[in-house]
Design a protein around this ligand. Structure first.
Ligand SMILES: Nc1ncnc2c1ncn2[C@@H]1O[C@H](COP(=O)(O)OP(=O)(O)O)[C@@H](O)[C@H]1O
Ligand SMILES: [Mg+2]
Length: 493
């Protein structure tokens, strides 16, 4: 330990206005900002949350009222302080907070001026506001007790025994310089409010399903469940537990489109309006959704995994390990669990792909009499075995048919390939090697398969085959027969 007693020192406090400008640049969206305010309401034990807005151009207000425990004067001042709690402090098990910053950073990300009005049971309501203009003027971390139309806001909270209202009243980023009768600005604002609503329906769906009510302009928001629990045909994998049960992972394979009504299918598209955007992991911290449909850098998003959604539940004391950020919109699995999570996800992803494979196979069986096109064929010549490339294979057939000048050269190269194929070496390896032989295109990029498949399909359809027949023919053609899961995603142009 250094002996500090004789070392010179000087104060270097943060400069208030530049610090606040930094808060403003953390990168919240309005959706994530409002969710962060609601986290505080839930932690304070709220059962009802009312979100309200009043479009008035650049004087628009947005408020979030809750019937949680509320705060007295001292508590409110402490709550308004940036860094009101140490992130290293032990938190109550169901605390959704993290850095002691959310209320301030989330609010400043959207406003230059905001107020918190709060009432603890047996106390009078108290109000304090952050106003960036005042902070600039005073060059100090100072709150003011002021809000335009104070009475109107007081009325909101008076009917509650206890509760808190966060009021954003200078939404410069959203409503900059807009006049009240600017219809374009208004409809943009209303569109944003809609997306806030659907974001909240997803982020807090488990709280809402357990009784929490969130109202948006007095209408209760319905929850959105990414796993569509209870729907017919949903496949649920048994839960896996890590870290002595504190991390829980559960995979779901949602029903295929053909098993859903149009309404259910649309529901599945979720707030992002897309099944593909909603595949992946759903990471929850204390049942609050942090990450909604993302493969966390472990896999790519691909259409044939559309039915796959994986729930990961974390407690609130793993934040550092999982790199939970200030906005609570990012989480990354720590390296010690990476392999396990990867293996689990692969299993669930395979099960999801199996739904499409199965459908492909059924289609193939339905048209079983269709001709089969292998790439290689065995032939006999002078009592000996040879392997030839199948000239009738649709890919080759097409290539040869459109390469007039090169046809002879291509033929020659093919003949050379056929004559030099190292059959004895392959045979030897096959019998002596423990490593199994891979299937075509295993472990490498499948774009070549997908692209040529689509091309063949277009060709078959324009030559007069029905869509079903064209698909069946592709499924009877090597190497596409190994990948029936792609058939579903052929586009009929
Ligand atoms: N709606 C609310 N009701 C009661 N207390 C609140 C509310 N919002 C904020 N607080 C208090 O303010 C503190 C700071 O909130 P915040 O800046 O979001 O940081 P954190 O949530 O990480 O603690 C909270 O820990 C809580 O004590
Ligand atoms: Mg918070």
């Amino acid at each position: 330990m250094i002996d500090y007693s004789n070392i010179p020192s000087t104060s270097a406090e943060p400069e208030a206005s530049s610090m606040i400008e930094t808060f403003r640049a953390i990168g919240y969206s309005i959706e994530t900002a409002i969710a962060d305010i609601i986290d505080n309401s839930i932690t304070a034990g709220a059962e009802n949350i009312w979100i309200d807005y009043d479009w008035k151009g650049s004087k628009t207000t947005l408020s979030i009222l809750d019937d949680g425990s509320g705060m007295n004067n001292e508590q409110l001042i402490q709550a308004m302080r940036p860094g009101s709690k140490n992130p290293l402090d032990e938190r109550n098990r169901d605390d959704l907070g993290r850095f002691g910053l959310g209320l301030k950073t989330a609010s400043f990300s959207q406003t230059r001026k905001f107020s918190v009005l709060s009432k603890a049971a047996d106390y009078k309501p108290v109000l304090w506001s952050w106003d960036l203009d005042y902070v600039n003027l005073e060059k100090a971390w100072k709150l003011i007790r002021y809000i335009p139309n104070e009475d109107q806001w007081l009325k909101k909270i008076e009917s509650l025994n206890n509760g808190t209202c966060v009021i954003w009243w200078d939404l410069d980023r959203l409503t900059k310089d807009a006049s009240e009768d600017n219809e374009a600005a208004k409809s943009k604002f209303l569109g944003i409010m809609d997306s806030v609503k659907s974001h909240l329906s997803m982020v807090f769906h488990r709280y809402m399903d357990a009784g929490l009510k969130i109202f948006f302009r007095d209408r209760e928001i319905k929850s959105w469940d990414p796993f569509m629990i209870g729907i017919d045909g949903l496949q649920t994998k048994p839960e896996t537990r890590l870290e002595r049960g504190s991390i829980r992972i559960k995979g779901f394979v949602l029903p295929h489109r053909s098993k859903l009504s149009a309404e259910q299918y649309n529901y599945g598209k979720g707030p992002k309006d897309s099944w593909t955007a909603h595949q992946g992991f759903y990471v929850y911290r204390n049942r609050r959704l942090l990450v909604a449909g993302d493969w966390l850098g472990l896999f790519k998003r691909e259409v044939h995994y559309d039915l796959c959604r994986v729930q990961i539940d974390l407690p609130n004391n793993f934040d550092g390990d999982w790199q939970i950020d200030i906005k609570k919109s990012i989480a990354r699995p720590p390296s010690i669990y990476r392999e396990q999570i990867l293996a689990l996800a692969k299993e669930i992803r395979n099960q999801a792909v199996e739904v499409y494979r199965h459908k492909g196979k059924v289609l193939k069986r339905k048209l079983a009499s269709d001709e089969y096109f292998p790439f290689w064929e065995e032939r006999a010549r002078h009592g000996k075995r040879f392997y030839k490339i199948n000239r009738k294979h649709p890919l080759l057939n097409e290539l040869l048919s459109k390469s007039d000048d090169l046809k002879k050269d291509i033929e020659k190269v093919i003949q050379f390939i056929e004559e030099t194929i190292p059959v004895p070496l392959i045979t030897l390896q096959e019998s002596e090697n423990e490593k199994p032989h891979g299937q075509p295109f295993e472990g490498i990029d499948h774009n070549a398969i997908k692209e040529t498949m689509q091309k063949l399909f277009n060709g078959f359809v324009s030559s007069g085959l029905s869509i079903e027949k064209a698909k069946a023919r592709i499924l009877n053609t090597e190497p596409y027969n190994f990948y029936p899961e792609y058939i579903e995603f052929l586009i009929n142009e």
